[in-house]
Design a protein around this ligand. Structure first.
Ligand code: REX
Length: 401
């Protein structure tokens, strides 16, 4: 976009920048304007709860809003800015799902076929289908529950490790299934590690190449990479700070790690601009044929209030203004991410806080969704009905308050 109008505002420690290509702002949906002051307030709350910094970038047609608060690097006191790269955690699952669904469109994989048809070493139950893996209904145990029972010792034990997919799968299959295949939603990183294995085995091509050729290059995602097992982020990035279980101890700088424990379930590095462009392209039909996009966006409720749902590698959130947005959340040591877009891909939002193992910050950060997509309507709704706590349905035993 050619920037014609820039406005900047400093609210306390928050920098709010609005960039527009034309004065008649090309807002392509009937959504209310994002409430950037509310986003900034969410950031400040997250900082008060222990996040060193936070960023939110909202893209809507020619209009781009950038809100950055606090620090990207605590030691150097570098201010946060919205261009910084970070570890996107489980947002990687959406990238993996796109690769897999492209293979489905090419006739190389069948969604309802047994996953074992495509794996070199079979899973213990032939009834697990490819669709079960993508929708977290396989029942496969999430091995990360055990790995990160103790947060910092668990992290340090794997920080520099390089696992094969099969080693990770064995950690899961050593345990019984959580449920009969297909019988229930049970979120598990194992599903997307199996999908990485399946993609590589079926095509003979590394997942990194698929991401690059099918998504990063066509969408010109220049800040997005999959560098497993290399440990360093490049360019301009936010450092990640992992809170210890004993919160009286200082957070651990967790920026450098292989993320080999997650790979195709969580090792993509990206930034706000790229995640917004990726999700916008996906939902507006530029990455998948209509049939596969329909499969991916066929959502099943995963919370009793029906406000959170899951498709294939895609989360849905129904907000207080009635709008449902699609994307994913992510948690890797030192980084909490929310990346979501509207059903037509017209407005997209990415938020990051550079801390983790702090469920309070994660729940707080989720409120940027309301501010970004419901605007000041969200504030009105909150006044009418006192705020509910947003809780992730992910490995609940790992989510401290
Ligand atoms: C692992 C533990 C979290 C993190 C995890 N991350 O499973 C996947 C992911 C890749 O992004 N999931 C998120 C650690 C939640 C999602 O799908 O939305 N916690 C931390 C502990 C707790 O070690 N003892 O908070 O950094």
């Amino acid at each position: 976009m050619r920037i014609k109008h820039v406005s900047m505002m400093l609210a306390g420690s928050t920098l709010i920048v609005t960039l527009a290509a034309s004065p008649a702002l090309a807002d392509s949906t009937s959504l209310p304007d994002p409430d950037t002051a509310a986003v900034s307030a969410v950031h400040r709350t997250a900082l008060a709860q222990g996040a060193p910094g936070a960023l939110t970038r909202i893209d809507d047609g020619d209009l781009s809003r950038h809100i950055a608060t606090g620090e990207a690097d605590k030691a150097a006191h570098t201010p946060m800015d919205t261009g910084r790269r970070f570890r996107a955690g489980s947002v990687s699952k959406t990238f993996t799902a796109v690769v897999l669904l492209q293979l489905v469109a090419e006739g190389r994989v069948e969604l309802d076929a047994p996953a074992n048809r495509y794996l070199p070493e079979p899973l213990p139950d032939d009834r697990i289908t490819v669709r079960h893996l993508l929708s977290h209904r396989s029942g496969l145990y999430d091995y990360t529950n055990d790995m990160f029972q103790q947060t910092v010792p668990g992290f340090e034990a794997v920080r520099h490790r390089v696992f094969s997919y099969q080693e990770l799968i064995h950690l899961s299959t050593a345990r019984p299934l959580n449920n009969e295949p297909g019988a229930a939603y049970s979120y598990s990183n194992t599903n997307f590690v199996v999908l990485g294995r399946l993609i590589e085995h079926t095509t003979g091509t590394p997942i990194a190449t698929h991401y690059q050729q099918r998504i990063f290059t066509p969408l010109r995602l220049r800040n997005t990479s999959y560098i497993h097992p290399r440990t360093s982020l490049s360019g301009s990035y936010a450092r990640g700070y992992l809170r210890q279980d004993d919160t009286t101890l200082p957070p651990v700088d967790s920026t450098e790690q292989t993320v080999s424990w997650a790979q195709s379930a969580g090792a993509v590095i990206s930034n706000g601009e790229d995640l917004n462009r990726f999700l916008s392209a996906l939902l507006s039909g530029r990455l998948l044929p209509a049939e596969q996009l329909r499969d991916m966006t066929t959502m099943v409720p995963v919370t009793s209030d029906g406000k959170q749902s899951y498709g294939l590698g895609l989360r849905g959130r129904t907000l207080s203004c009635g709008t449902t947005v699609y994307g994913h959340t992510g948690t890797v040591q030192g980084y909490y991410t929310y990346a979501f877009t509207t059903s037509d891909g017209a407005r997209s939002m990415t938020s990051l806080a550079n801390t983790s193992n702090n469920g309070t910050v994660n729940a707080t950060l989720g409120a940027t969704l309301e501010a970004s997509f419901c605007g000041s309507d969200a504030a009105q709704a909150r006044r009418a009905a006192p705020s509910e706590t947003v809780t992730e349905d992910v490995a609940p035993q790992l989510a401290p308050n």
